[in-house]
Design a protein around this ligand. Structure first.
Ligand SMILES: C[S@@+](CC[C@H](N)C(=O)[O-])C[C@H]1O[C@@H](n2cnc3c(N)ncnc32)[C@H](O)[C@@H]1O
Length: 246
C-alpha cells in the first residue's frame, strides 16, 4: 500500500497533493487498482488513459507487443512495402494498436471491440497519443470487412472454472467481459481462429495472446482450422503466452 500511495502521489499529483488526494487513498484502501486511481498507465512509451475502466494493460502483453514491433519492423524492411495494415481486435484500451502506430509511423491500424465504452476509450487514447486509427464496434469479426497484413489479438481467455484463482481486486474492479472466455477459456479463441484467416492478406501474420495452461488446446485449434505455420513464444516470466501464425 505504501508503494502504491507514493506512486499515486508522484504520478497523479506531481508530489503536490490537493483536496482529492485523501479520497484517492481511500479508493486504494478499498482495493481499487492503483492504475485506475491514477487514471492512466504507460505502455511501451505510450500514455494509456483508463478513465472508462477498460482492462488494465498487463506487463506480459507489453512484453510480446514489444517483440512483435521488432518482427513487424523486420517485415517492413524485408518487403520494402509502404502502408501495411493491422487490426487490433479485442482492443480494450487500445494499448496494442496505439503502441504499434507510435512505433511504426507508416502502419495503418483498425481497432475492434464489442464494448461501447472500450470504443470511446480507444478514441480518447488515439487522441492523447496523437495517432490516427479507425475504431469499429464489433462482435469479434462481425463488422470487420477488410483484410490485414497483421492481426493482433488479446481475447478474454480466463476459464470461468479458475475464477477462484483470480485476485479479488481484479474481479471487483476490472470488466468481466474482458476476462472470461467460457468454462475452458477457449470460447472467443475458437471463434477468432475460425474467422481470422478470412481477414488476413497473403503473407500476413497473426499474434494472439493466451494463458500458458491452454497451449495444447491452442495447438489443436490452430491445426483444426488449417493454419500451416505457427510458433509459440514465452513471456518474460518463462511462461507460454503467445502464438504467432504465418
Ligand atoms: C483481455 S481484454 C484485452 C484488452 C487489450 N487489448 C489489452 O491487451 O490490454 C479483451 C477485450 O475483448 C473485448 N471483448 C469481449 N468480448 C468481445 C467480443 N465478442 N467481440 C469483440 N471484443 C470483445 C472486451 O471488451 C475487452 O476489451
Amino acid at each position: 500500500m505504501k508503494k502504491e500511495i507514493s506512486w499515486l502521489l508522484k504520478e497523479k499529483y506531481n508530489n503536490k497533493p490537493d483536496k482529492n488526494f485523501d479520497r484517492d487513498v481511500e479508493r486504494l484502501k478499498a482495493g481499487e487498482p492503483v492504475d485506475y486511481v491514477i487514471g492512466f498507465t504507460e505502455f511501451l512509451g505510450c500514455k494509456i488513459d483508463l478513465s472508462k475502466k477498460p482492462l488494465i494493460p498487463r506487463p506480459e502483453t507489453e512484453y510480446w507487443v514489444g517483440e512483435a514491433i521488432k518482427e513487424v519492423s523486420r517485415v517492413f524492411s524485408d518487403r520494402k512495402k509502404y502502408g501495411f495494415s493491422a487490426l487490433d481486435i479485442f482492443s480494450g484500451s487500445g494499448c496494442i494498436g496505439i503502441s504499434l502506430l507510435k512505433n511504426i509511423p507508416s502502419l495503418l491500424c483498425d481497432f475492434a471491440d464489442k464494448d461501447k465504452k472500450a470504443v470511446e476509450q480507444i478514441k480518447l487514447n488515439l487522441k492523447i497519443n496523437k495517432v490516427r486509427g479507425r475504431v469499429i464496434q464489433s462482435d469479434i469479426f462481425l463488422n470487420i470487412k477488410s483484410k490485414y497484413d497483421f492481426i493482433f489479438a488479446n481475447p478474454p481467455y480466463i476459464p470461468t472454472t479458475r475464477k477462484n484463482k483470480i485476485q479479488k481486486s481484479v474481479l471487483k474492479f476490472e470488466p468481466k467481459e474482458a476476462l472470461f472466455g467460457g468454462r475452458d477459456g477457449l470460447y472467443y479463441i475458437n471463434k477468432f481462429f475460425k474467422e481470422a484467416k478470412n481477414h488476413l492478406n497473403p503473407g500476413g501474420i497473426i499474434f494472439m495472446e493466451f494463458d500458458y495452461i491452454q497451449k495444447k488446446n491452442i495447438e489443436k485449434l490452430v491445426k483444426k482450422y488449417n493454419y500451416n505455420s505457427f510458433e509459440f513464444k514465452k513471456d518474460q516470466y518463462g511462461k507460454w503466452r503467445l502464438v504467432m501464425i504465418k
